[in-house]
Ligand binder design. Structure first.
Ligand SMILES: [Zn+2]
Length: 232
């Protein structure tokens, strides 16, 4: 399962209004059909020019994790993001990695509960432009102590990366019962929910680990905001 930050997303909403430059805030797209930006962390844009690089805490993680990420990274590049899979680096504790790095590490229950992984952007980057962050994958998936299906695992890798790049859960109260529930997300005509849907979304089978049209709309919104802000 993926982290569920629905409650925390709501709780942090007040911070959002303070994080975005007031003059420009109303010109930025922060959510749309099937996507929502991580404005509660002050992230509302992606740079169309700066490099974004996936890095790993060890050579072993790079070897094991890279196959889960290649399709998504290719999609992000095709969408206009200057992104690539990089190498191994050390990032101390919960510190932010170097500029633009999406740093993968692995620990036992990073969210404090079984089966949940964590992905978070470095909070409140300059101009609201995503500056990288850390993904902590739950080690339980890999030591056999928590079963996760192969497609969910692959989608989890991508889900957490997209958190770092500035996408939040797009769950919403579709059935108007007053509660935003788990899995309550818009879907494509073929029934595929966004990878960012909480706690799980995305395609199954061989197409797992790819961004849906809704996730790509979110990435495009982040890039459009970057262009609107004039960032490089
Ligand atoms: Zn999530």
């Amino acid at each position: 399962m993926l982290r569920s930050s629905l409650i925390f997303g709501t709780a942090m909403a007040v911070t959002c209004a303070l994080a975005v430059t007031p003059v420009r805030a109303d010109t930025l797209v922060t959510q749309g059909h099937g996507f929502k930006l991580t404005t509660q962390f002050g992230v509302s844009a992606l740079s169309p020019d700066r490099p974004y690089t996936v890095t790993f805490a060890s050579a072993d993680l790079k070897k094991r994790y890279t196959p889960h990420l290649t399709k998504a990274v290719a999609q992000l590049r095709a969408a206009g993001l200057n992104m690539a899979v990089g190498g191994v680096e050390e990032v101390a504790g919960s510190a932010c990695p170097p500029q633009g790095h999406v740093h993968y590490t692995e620990e036992h229950r990073p969210m404090g509960r079984g089966g949940y992984s964590r992905g978070a952007p470095c909070p409140h980057p300059a101009d609201g432009v995503a500056a990288g962050g850390v993904v902590s994958m739950d080690s339980e998936y890999f030591d056999g102590s928590w079963y996760i299906s192969p497609y969910k695992l692959r989608n989890t890798f991508v889900h957490e990366m997209l958190h770092v790049l500035g996408l939040d859960h797009p769950n919403l109260d579709l059935n108007r019962n007053g509660i935003v529930e788990t899995y309550e997300c818009v879907a494509t005509p073929s029934g595929v929910k966004p990878v960012m849907c909480s706690p799980n979304g995305g395609r199954r089978s061989s197409e797992a680990g790819t961004l849906t049209v809704h996730d790509l709309d979110g990435i495009e919104a982040l890039l459009a905001n970057g262009r609107a802000l004039g960032v490089r």
